[in-house]
Ligand binder design. Structure first.
Ligand SMILES: Cc1cc2nc3c(=O)[nH]c(=O)nc-3n(C[C@H](O)[C@H](O)[C@H](O)COP(=O)(O)OP(=O)(O)OC[C@H]3O[C@@H](n4cnc5c(N)ncnc54)[C@H](O)[C@@H]3O)c2cc1C
Ligand SMILES: NC(=O)c1ccc[n+]([C@@H]2O[C@H](COP(=O)([O-])OP(=O)(O)OC[C@H]3O[C@@H](n4cnc5c(N)ncnc54)[C@H](O)[C@@H]3O)[C@@H](O)[C@H]2O)c1
Length: 501
């Protein structure tokens, strides 16, 4: 029997389990070590649970925002808004039980397929031990929850340990009123008044979702606008929608502390219980901003970013170089600075997406096991912010165009003009395409629309395959359809020689 290559993967999120599937398929002997369960944070606490919660929020928003215009009668004798509030309500306990059930089921499915592929799954905390041995192998120590440990020997190790919520020392989550995004699924009742700290993708998604579910939401944004990393036109649309729906969006407001305080909660101002009112310890939350303002609510969700899981993993002792941020340095084929050690996913800090983590993990295995491999290309990544409307992007961005990083023409077409959008009562959103001036090759795009995550795919195919605006314009679209706007923008770019907007 020939030699079988041994692979140990630490971390069973998309970076880890996708790598395991590929390596097992290529004939390696694979062990995946995870301390929480396969699927990782992506499946158990982050991506899957949040999108499942948002699925309920989406139904609520669709109903709330369009039932009247579309001629749906809720009841006869009360004003429309009151009708909506009464007819459409949410049982958060039930929603969260569904969320957890779905996440666990998906984790089991992934475990089953990884096991079926022939990989060994170990529950425990893994860490690298020492430098590469003389024969080129690496050692990984796995500690189980019961205190037992096992040392594995591998020809290559993949680190895919992900990240965890960043904490602010004076705003530590207590799991009841001050929460991080992994803890919200333990709530049985809808927060009456939720303060979301941080307006990155996580903060914006939860703020939008809880508002749709019925909470009164304040979004604390340390920057000028929500979603500072996204297309500015898209962020402006979303911020406008948030405000119109009654969200209190506080720009340039950095939170310095969040504390539970006694007493009934008020929406603004000093927080001590009023005379005659009974205060109960910890039934309100006070968030203090850097400029001294204090906002109060019933709950607070901290969404101030994530830190990589690189501590106590024997990385530096094993020659794995870390960046200043604590993330693992990797090259475009997922190699770290230590021979025989690869890294994938959020632990590398490259692009915190499940799809990118999976791609980095697969690339690592293709590379080590000698299969054909294309280096990671971030210019074709598509991503989506699951708000209402959704914001989907692919390829080069407006910031790349504005900074001169790429020479591209852009056209933006509001969805308002789209016949299907009119029929559906959709007012907010647009399609934007970027193409090379001479050739018309599509290099990027943004879609702001309900289910933009589905609409971005043709643009993604165009970017990936160097298709031109003519090719997009000439492909049939269904009439009437939202994707008709993608063809329409392409037609405009075909004829226009200068930036239209
Ligand atoms: C709220 C939220 C929503 C998101 N939504 C989306 C989305 O819709 N789409 C999208 O593409 N991305 C989304 N993301 C990002 C996505 O979740 C991450 O990019 C993805 O989880 C990264 O996968 P990973 O494999 O690097 O690690 P993870 O999914 O973080 O998994 C790492 C695993 O390793 C385990 N681990 C850690 N240390 C050790 C150790 N020493 N030994 C053994 N096991 C260990 C962890 O417990 C975990 O199980 C979201 C993120 C957040 C926070
Ligand atoms: N739909 C998706 O694909 C999805 C969803 C959620 C997260 N993610 C990924 O996860 C990564 C992390 O996103 P994130 O939103 O969790 O983190 P982030 O770091 O992108 O955003 C955190 C925000 O909080 C702000 N902030 C920090 N401290 C603050 C304070 N004290 N007061 C007020 N604001 C403060 C920061 O300025 C920043 O804008 C992103 O790269 C994103 O791609 C993806």
């Amino acid at each position: 029997m020939g030699y079988v290559t041994r692979i140990v993967i630490i971390g069973g999120g998309p970076g880890g389990y996708e790598a395991a599937l590929v390596a097992a398929q290529l004939g390696a002997e694979v062990t995946v070590v995870d301390c929480d369960g396969l699927g990782g944070a992506s499946v158990l606490t982050d991506c899957v649970p949040s999108k499942t919660l948002i699925a309920t929020a989406e139904v609520m928003t669709t109903f709330d925002s369009s039932y009247e215009e579309l001629g749906i009668i809720v009841a006869d004798d009360t004003p429309p808004l009151e009708q909506a509030a009464r007819v459409v309500g949410v049982d958060l306990g039930k929603v969260n039980r569904r969320v957890k059930r779905l996440a666990l089921a998906q984790s089991h499915d992934i475990t089953a397929s990884v096991t079926r592929a022939g990989a060994r799954v170990m529950r425990g905390r893994g860490r690298l031990k020492g430098q590469q041995s003389i024969d080129g192998s690496r050692r990984v120590v796995v500690e189980a929850a019961d205190g037992t440990s096992e040392t594995l020997t591998a020809d290559a190790v993949l680190i895919a340990t992900g990240a965890q919520p960043r904490e602010i020392p004076d705003a530590l989550p207590d799991g009841e009123r001050i929460l991080n995004w992994t803890q919200v699924y333990d709530l049985d009742e809808l927060p009456e008044e939720l303060i979301v700290v941080g307006s990155g993708v996580t903060g914006a998604e939860f703020a939008g979702a809880y508002q749709a579910l019925g909470s009164k939401v304040t979004l604390v944004s340390s920057r000028d606008r929500v979603l500072p990393g996204e297309d500015p036109d898209a962020a402006a649309v979303l911020e406008d929608v948030f405000r119109r729906r009654g969200m209190n969006v506080l720009a340039r407001s950095r939170a310095v502390s969040a504390k539970r305080v006694p007493g009934p909660f008020t929406t603004e101002g000093p927080s001590s219980p009023k005379a005659g009112e009974e205060g109960r310890a910890g039934d309100r939350v006070e968030v203090t901003l850097a400029d001294g303002r204090v906002i109060t609510g019933s709950h607070c969700l901290m969404a101030v970013g994530a830190i990589p899981n690189t501590v106590d993993m024997g990385l530096e002792e094993s020659g794995v170089k870390l960046k200043e941020s604590g993330h693992i340095w990797t090259d475009k084929v997922s190699r770290t600075s230590a021979p025989g050690v690869y890294a994938a996913g959020d632990v590398t800090g490259i692009f915190a997406l499940a799809s990118v983590a999976a791609m980095q993990g697969r690339i690592a295995m293709y590379h080590f096991l000698g299969d054909a491999v294309a280096p990671l290309n971030l210019k074709t990544v598509s991503s989506n912010v699951f708000t209402d409307p959704e914001i989907a992007t692919v390829g080069y961005s407006q910031a790349d165009v504005d900074s001169g990083r790429i020479d591209a023409r852009a056209v933006k077409l509001p969805l308002l003009r789209n016949p299907r959008a009119k029929m559906l009562g959709i007012r907010d959103g647009f399609v934007k395409l970027f193409c090379r001036p001479g050739t018309g090759i599509v290099v990027g795009g943004v879609v702001v629309a309900p289910r933009a995550s589905e609409l971005i795919h043709p643009i993604s195919i165009a970017v990936d395959n160097n298709l031109t605006v003519e090719q997009i314009a000439n492909a049939f679209t269904v009439y009437p359809s939202l994707s008709g706007s993608i063809a329409e923008v392409a037609r405009q770019l075909h004829t226009r020689k200068t930036n239209a907007e």
